[in-house]
Write a protein that binds this ligand. Structure first.
Ligand code: SAM
Ligand code: SF4
Length: 440
């Protein structure tokens, strides 16, 4: 029996899809890239913006034919849109067999057992389910949910309050993935750096300690994390980032707006000045930091002057790249009740902001031309720098190889480079040479 997975949305959803896939694997099902040979079609949905939800729903509609081709086929809809619109999905699409909301992903194993009419699987089996494939890079969820109430955001409604995985469980997962070939780890959570656990006997763990512990797992080469919230980017976290060699100099730190009145209306809990000052501290500690962000344009009440402040923030901070989102009203959130801007205004701001971001980004990228970057090869001739730039590398290199690459072109978001040319004995990797290297 085969299953097919379609994932919409953010890295949290990718990680959730991986987790659900592992649970299906543990039940003896196998993955396939071809929905036509699949008995289970698992669609993991996103609801952060209306557009993502619309795309998922139209795919659910089209899958009526897929389902009709065989009565044994099961269509399973999971994730954030499933959490928000369960009743609508069940009423509007009777061909859907099962709806599992984002808050119930942790119970996916027993839920699937009921769907497949099987005896509940031994829970130990779920725990021991292997990691996905032998990927060089992997996401590891360290916390779920969000305690913030950003006025535009649906996430706290569909994913619930914050909960933090025990450190031992995280370290076990990291160790298991290292054994399967993973070297590059991205720790995931909606406010990932708020991670903390109060252990017994006064033991307290925070995000800085988590970074240190993950770096201590033998075989871990690189560590990143997403999404950190500026409020929890404490000196302890900055010190840990700067002092732990495995933690990469690439940070995605969402700011959303450059205007204090918009930030206040969004309930982001920091000002423009505090964000700029935080970036200065980060760059003091990590001069080669590659910094990216999320921006929302067209938020209710965002005046021309507010929008100009977002453009000037892009210039002042000099982001290396950014996601620019058009504000999308989400039913049930406080901002959804406020008057929206007409589409043409939002479109125009979106275009202008993207152009500004791209202009700065190209200037920043050009500084890499001629430099040597440490690149971890992922697959198909592509790899990543420590700053998280994707690089197309000349030459046929196996995934997992760590090589020095001279950057030859930075006009596009994906850099181009050539492996540094030396004669070397590839069987003795050495950090100081230009041969394939080893982590450590
Ligand atoms: N928790 C992360 C944080 O606070 O930085 C962000 C998680 S959210 C899933 C990813 C991004 O989607 C946000 O940073 C924001 O820019 C964008 N986003 C969230 N809600 C949105 C909305 N209603 N309209 C447009 N963009 C939105
Ligand atoms: Fe949404 Fe704000 Fe929580 Fe991020 S911090 S998930 S934007 S409510």
């Amino acid at each position: 029996m085969k299953y097919y997975v379609r994932t919409y949305g953010c890295q949290m959803n990718v990680a959730d899809s991986d987790e659900m896939s592992r649970l299906l694997d543990a039940r003896g099902l196998g993955p396939t890239d071809d929905p036509e040979v699949a008995s289970i079609y698992l669609m993991n949905t996103c609801t952060v913006r209306q557009h993502a939800e619309d795309r998922a729903f139209s795919e659910v509609g089209r899958l009526k034919r897929w389902k009709a081709a065989s009565p044994d086929r099961k269509l399973v809809i999971t994730g954030c849109a499933a959490e928000r619109t369960r009743e609508f999905l069940e009423d509007r699409f009777p061909h859907v067999d099962l709806v599992v909301g984002a808050k119930s992903i942790g119970d996916f194993g027993p839920i699937v057992d009921r769907l497949l009419e099987r005896q509940p699987t031994d829970l130990g089996l779920d725990y021991a389910a292997g990691a996905m494939g032998d990927r060089v890079s992997a996401f590891v969820t360290v916390m779920r949910g969000c305690n913030y109430s950003c006025t535009y955001c649906i996430v706290p409604y569909v994913r619930g309050r914050e909960s933090y995985r025990p450190m031992d469980e995280i370290l076990d997962e990291v160790g298991m993935r290292v054994e399967e070939g993973t070297r590059d780890f991205t720790l995931l959570g909606q406010t990932v750096n708020s991670y903390h656990r109060n252990g017994g006997r006064g033991r307290h763990t925070d995000f800085a300690a988590l970074l240190e512990a993950v770096a201590g797992v033998p075989g871990v080469g690189r560590i990143r994390f997403i999404s950190p919230h500026p409020y929890y980017m404490t000196d302890r976290v900055i010190d840990a980032m700067a002092s732990i060699p495995a933690v990469c100099e690439g940070l995605h730190l969402p700011v959303q707006s450059g205007s204090n009145s918009v930030l206040r209306a969004m309930l982001r809990n920091y000002t423009r000045e505090q964000y700029v000052e935080l970036v200065a501290r980060l760059r003091d500690a990590m001069p080669r930091l590659v910094l990216s962000t999320d921006l929302i344009v067209g938020f209710p009440g965002e005046s021309d002057a507010d929008f100009e402040k977002t453009l000037s923030l892009v210039e002042d901070v000099g982001f290396d790249w950014a996601f620019v989102f058009k504000y999308s009203p989400r039913q049930g959130t406080p901002a959804a009740g406020l008057p929206s801007w007409p589409d043409d205004i939002v479109e125009a701001r979106h275009r202008e902001c993207l152009e500004r971001v791209e202009r700065i980004a190209i200037g920043n990228r050009s500084r890499f031309v001629g430099t040597t970057q440490e690149v971890l090869i992922e697959d198909g001739g592509f790899g990543r720098t420590r700053g998280n730039y994707k690089v197309r590398v000349d030459g046929d290199l196996p995934a997992g190889e760590l090589v020095d690459v001279v950057i030859t072109n930075a006009e596009r978001a994906t850099l181009e480079g050539m492996m540094k040319n030396t004669s070397c004995d590839a069987t003795t990797p050495d950090r100081s040479s230009n041969c394939p290297k080893a982590f450590g």
